[in-house]
Write a protein that binds this ligand. Structure first.
Ligand code: ASP
Ligand code: MG
Length: 418
């Protein structure tokens, strides 16, 4: 069996959904599971809605109306009035109406997952209905009964045994009947609350299903021809990799290559399932294949940019050295506020850490750290990582910028710049 993942960009409008159906149409007769993300920038919009609700901001209803309008405009382009998908989508949005009716009292992360998850619940309704309309028979599956997680909202940890059991109980029978369409990014807790697996988590969903079902391969369909050495949004002369090893792909995602979610590769590597990254506009082209014996050819260095970084430097209040005890306390606070470290460096009197800026997590971390330490920070920075850097690439990339922290090892150079 095969697993396909379609990301937000591939289903951002009616044409995208029509194109998805034409890609899938070529695989009729295969056992196929399709994992779909929220449409276009819906997850960002739902994040904004969540924040507006938590802050009880004036534009809350306006943001929600825009999200609904975007989806219903697409529905009207794809279906005649009266098609049952209109009710399915409306019913999914009603969940948000209920969620935002009263003033917030649950934790931000919990509320986030209950609201943001609607993006995938709606997109999969639309995709599944459209496939059926286009003559590609499909069943819609609510993933929350299959991917079981703990209740770490916004970053659910998958409970593999339970997940494997649920998936293996129902999916083989369903896949024998028709294509199955399900939501990326979501999971469910034992109390039937919705969780999410972390931003861009739909790739991970595809890999979980593939590992549990022993798929032949996973294909993630993207708006790029495959995995490139740098993000074409920022660099013009990129090259595509035909092949990569799992290990190199893990390294790239670890440093922030957003083309694949970092947790995606490991389950596939364990089960020796190849991951294909292909273009949804050119489905016949080979794309990039990630596999155990993938050959890594680096004609150009791999460049990964992470924006919106914070560089925090922590020192002891009494100017004493930063000791092992301190470090263990500091790491404890990072873990507690769910802040993940991208680069760190110690010096005699301070400890510097670079991480992604998430407002609530950052505020929490700062207030905890300030009880025992002195802290200084810079925000709005960029972390540049260069794998297989040559003599010039580091210089070229940092030219005209102020480097606040630099770390260079044999294969990887990292610089935090302003
Ligand atoms: N829709 C989610 C996001 O934008 C998950 C995904 O696209 O993979 O983060
Ligand atoms: Mg997405």
């Amino acid at each position: 069996m095969l697993v396909f993942k379609f990301g937000g960009a591939s289903v951002k409008d009616a044409d995208g959904i029509i194109n998805l159906a034409s890609v899938v149409n070529k695989y009729i007769g295969e056992e196929l599971l399709i994992v779909v993300s929220a449409m276009g920038k819906t997850t960002n919009a739902l994040e904004k809605l969540t924040k507006a609700y938590v802050d009880q901001a004036d534009d809350m209803h306006h943001i929600f109306e825009e999200i609904k309008k975007y989806h219903f405009d697409i529905l009207h382009q794809l279906f005649e009035n009266g098609h049952p998908v209109f009710d399915d989508v409306a019913n999914a949005f009603v969940e948000i109406d209920w969620a935002i009716e009263d003033e917030p009292h649950d934790s931000h992360d919990f509320i986030y997952d209950q609201i943001v998850s609607i993006g995938e619940l709606v997109s999969t309704r639309i995709v599944s209905a459209y496939l059926n309309k286009a003559g590609v028979k499909s069943q819609w599956l609510d993933v929350r009964g299959y991917i079981h997680t703990d209740n770490t909202y916004r970053e659910g940890t998958v409970q593999w045994d339970k997940t494997r059991e649920s998936i293996n109980k129902d999916l083989p029978g369903m896949l024998a009947k028709s294509i199955v369409v399900t939501q990326g990014f979501l999971g469910g807790t034992s109390e039937n609350f919705t969780t999410t697996l972390g931003r861009e988590g739909s790739d991970y969903t595809a890999s979980i299903f593939a590992a549990c079902l022993g798929a032949e391969s996973v294909t993630t369909w993207k708006d790029v021809p495959g995995i490139l050495n740098a993000d074409p949004k920022f660099f013009s002369d990129t090259v595509k990799f035909d092949e990569l090893s799992y290990t190199e792909a893990i390294e790239m995602t670890y440093y922030g290559a957003s083309v694949i979610h970092p947790k995606t590769i490991k389950p596939l590597q364990n089960a020796k399932i190849p991951l294909l990254v292909k273009s949804f506009t050119d489905p016949a082209a080979p794309g990039t294949i990630i596999k155990e014996d993938g050959i890594n050819k680096f004609e150009k260095p791999v460049i990964i940019l992470k924006q919106n970084q914070v560089l925090l430097s922590i020192s002891a209040k009494d100017y004493s050295f930063v000791s092992e005890d301190h470090l263990s306390d500091i790491f404890g606070l990072f873990a507690k506020s769910q802040v993940k470290v991208n680069v760190m460096q110690t010096s005699a009197l301070s400890f510097s850490v670079c991480f992604d800026f998430y407002e609530e997590r950052f505020e929490k971390l700062l207030s905890d750290l300030k009880q025992d330490f002195k802290v200084k920070y810079n925000s709005g920075l960029t972390l540049i990582t260069i794998r297989h850097y040559g003599d010039n690439s580091l210089k070229e990339l940092t030219m005209g910028k102020t480097a606040l922290l630099e770390q260079i090892s044999r294969n990887t150079a990292q610089v935090v710049v302003r």
